[in-house]
Design a protein around this ligand. Sequence first.
Ligand SMILES: [Zn+2]
Length: 414
Amino acid sequence: MSFHQISATFATHIHNMEKNLFKIVFRLVCAGIFILTNVAPISGKDFTVVIDAGHGGHDPGAIGKISKEKNINLNVALQLGKNIQKNCKDVKVIYTRKTDVFIPLNRRAEIANEAKADLFISIHTNSVAQGKIVRGAETFTLGLARSEANLEIAKRENSVILIEDDYKQRYAGFNPNSSESYIMFEFIQDKHMEQSVKLAKLVQGQFRNHAKRIDRGVHQAGFLVLRATTMPSVLVELGYISTPDEERYLNSQEGINKLAEGIYRAFLKYKEEHEKPILAAAGKYSDKSVNTEAAPESNEPVIASNAKQTGIKTVESASASTTNSKPVFKIQILTSSKPLKSNDKELKGLSPVNYYKENGIYKYTYGESTDYNKILQMKNSIINKFKDAFIIAFRDGEKTDVRKAIAEFKKTRK
Ligand SMILES: [Zn+2]
């Protein structure tokens, strides 16, 4: 071995070490990202939507002349998520995929179930056999297909399980290509059917009126991915990749934007409905039930101790924050890195306001009640001034999971 060889070997060795080091760092970064994206942060978000871009990786979905379904789905999914995140600070957006990767069908549903999502939106692009021309968008909910064409769409979308390992065990012998397999969808009890159909109709309305697409309507079919989710769920077919003009539209920035906006607007409308007051089982909502049961033994109120020094007025001093372990709802209106004076123009004249401190940030709230409905009404009354306002919950002075608090409120109202 010459000196030249030795130095070359040494150089290779160093190079490999660098590569290994790079790999290790890369894995650590990936693990970090994984943890960051998979551990639900403690947040005041009170609505979670899972956006599912169909197919990905070695599953291209339907294939057109100039594009693949997986990419169209992902483009619209990402744009939809962007729209929601930009405009709805109270909504948590979770994607089943943000890149071109393969995700098994069941895993997509699991992601939504584990996140206890409020809504699942699966995005796909349609296709028919060569020689046929079909145009338009349609939205599906889970159920028994009432037409051969709809059954064919479910078969095509479900057949992706055939490229998963162990699909027979995983889907209990379901054969996506056999019509007999779909009989089970006749007996499915879907308690979210009504809400799913509501969203599906809203989506189609937006596709028709906003995106100016041909409206192919709302249908039911036996989609495995919808069967496995435990929340209102829809599967959107954006258009036909097999029809050249539709394929061009689906790949254009205008097409992506309009379709994503359409779903976004439908989502907003649906969410507004979702936020309607929670009715007691009796079906009546009386304002009298509003938080008159504030505990007499007034403990530490939720307000920060230096509130007075900063000139912030507190909510009525016999605060409702002390209703032993009952969740207290408030509206978070804004955050600030420094305390604000009660006449600060950021507060837009709203009074009385309050604040709590979290991670060194002053978070300003308005309203306080154990009655979620009352707080919701209050939120609606200030939303013009504070469009990003959202509801949060406290228990015994500590911030708590608002979704659990709402669930508890619902239960105790029955
Ligand atoms: Zn698809």
